[in-house]
Design a protein around this ligand. Structure first.
Ligand code: ZN
Length: 231
């Protein structure tokens, strides 16, 4: 697409009414300008006010946990849980919405006057899973977020080399066993602060295994950023 065509597309997007991601309400241009917030590009005022408050405090973990803190945007409940399911099944347009929510939580709650991570690691998927799905939803959220925060992405520095079928119906102990040594590192993260971004954290076995690979590679600090935790 030419620069001019891109420019015209942006102008069109700004001037045309948009639809609320959650309820379908038509948001007119004057309402977007009046309401101001970036999230109002995608949500109507009522849905914005209904959003669950992002979990403001990190869940700090007792040592010797593999990661240092876990930050969660919201509890696993409708309607936001529905958006995650849609994202996983191909509605990639929702990725920028979640990136905006992360940006808001990071700048106003999680890292106020604290140093941001040096690197952002979208939870790696096994190549077979990427082939099945066609994309990695965590990467899709991380791409715009990385640009907005100025934090580089780790794309191939941690590799998921063990394929695991859908683990949702397995017992926690079996999940833990499956995830053992599921990731390997192929570079050093010595003295670096890394954030792992994942959409849904359930038992925590996957992020733990991923964090173990980062620890093996000497990462100094590991935070987990997830859209939602499902207990
Ligand atoms: Zn709405």
């Amino acid at each position: 697409m030419s620069m001019f065509a891109k420019f015209m597309l942006n102008v069109r997007q700004i001037l045309l009414p948009s639809q609320c991601l959650l309820c379908g309400f038509t948001i007119q241009i004057h309402q977007r300008l009046q309401w101001g917030s970036v999230l109002h590009q995608q949500l109507c005022r009522a849905c914005f006010e209904d959003l669950p408050t992002p979990s403001l405090q990190a869940e700090y973990l007792p040592l010797p946990s593999t990661y240092d803190a876990c930050f969660t945007l919201f509890p696993y409940q409708a309607p936001l849980s529905g958006l995650i399911l849609q994202l996983k099944t191909g509605a990639l347009i929702h990725a920028s919405f979640f990136a905006t929510l992360f940006l808001y939580a990071i700048q106003t709650h999680w890292y106020v006057e604290k140093p941001l991570p040096d690197l952002l690691l979208p939870m790696p998927l096994h190549p077979k899973r990427i082939k099945e799905r066609g994309f990695n939803q965590a990467l899709e959220i991380a791409k715009p977020l990385s640009k907005k925060l100025g934090i580089p992405l780790i794309k191939n520095g941690i590799v998921r080399h063990k394929y695991t079928a859908n683990q949702r119906h397995l017992k926690a102990s079996q999940r833990a066993e499956n995830m053992k040594h599921a990731f390997i590192h192929n570079q050093s993260y010595a003295n670096l602060h890394v954030a792992i971004l994942d959409d849904v954290v359930t038992t925590g076995h996957t992020v733990t295994a991923c964090a173990q690979a980062l620890r093996m590679a000497h990462a100094r600090r590991i935070d987990v950023w997830c859209c939602t935790r499902r207990y």
